[in-house]
Design a protein around this ligand. Structure first.
Ligand SMILES: [Zn+2]
Length: 216
């Protein structure tokens, strides 16, 4: 499956608040599958529709790699998750697409030590202020009700993706103001690197704004 072009900082659409999805058309599912493919190809754990130029309230996440990782830093952030679909608790199905997500509860401010973003490629490992635990409700692509009560990496990832729907980037949540300049110079450097250009050449991403979409 082809992947979608990920907009990078300082694209104006990354600063725009996204609007709710009102039409649950069949192409919502196919579009979210394109976002899954884009997230996987870019080795990301989350992606929000505004990052591919579609200013709607849709996010995708997949943190399953954390449970399979040998890295102790990653393992420490696995956390626990309670996922319910139409009120019935089930194992969380990854990759997961969430429509019109809302956080109803968040608790305990913490510092997350390695934030990063596909829209700020090359800049990662920065410390941001987040909540440890959240409760989130949303819909699936076919309109079923989902609730997620989670801490650890899924909680952080959901907060990061929710921020994209408000036009907020992780550089807006850094605990050290100095880091902002460091992130932005790392991003500029990486975007000019042959590694980044090679990656793009291999992915041949499609601009989502050139695809006719019924749900927007
Ligand atoms: Zn991001």
């Amino acid at each position: 499956m082809s992947t979608l072009k990920v907009l990078t900082y300082p694209h104006v659409l990354l600063k725009k608040k996204a609007t709710p999805i009102e039409k649950f058309t069949p192409d919502l599912k196919t579009f979210s599958e394109k976002m899954f493919a884009t997230m996987a190809a870019s080795e990301g754990i989350g992606l929000a529709a505004p990052q591919v130029g579609i200013s709607k309230r849709l996010i995708v996440v997949d943190v399953s790699g954390y449970a399979e990782s040998d890295n102790d830093d990653a393992k420490a952030w696995i956390g626990t998750t309670r996922f319910t679909l139409n009120g019935t608790e089930t194992p969380i199905p990854y990759p997961l697409a969430l429509i019109n997500p809302e956080i109803s509860h968040s608790e305990e401010e913490i510092i997350f030590p390695f934030d990063g973003c596909l829209s700020l490629p090359g800049g990662s490992g920065y410390r941001t202020r987040r909540f440890r635990k959240i409760v989130l409700s949303a819909c699936t692509v076919d309109g079923q009700n989902v609730t997620i009560e989670t801490d650890g990496i899924l909680s952080i990832c959901l907060q990061h993706e929710m921020d994209h729907l408000e036009g907020i980037l992780f550089v807006d949540r850094l605990i050290d103001g100095q880091d902002r300049e460091n992130v932005l110079s790392e991003v500029t450097e990486y975007e000019q690197s042959s590694e980044f250009r090679k990656k793009l050449k291999k992915l041949k991403p499609v601009d989502a704004r050139s695809i006719p979409l019924e749900f927007i």
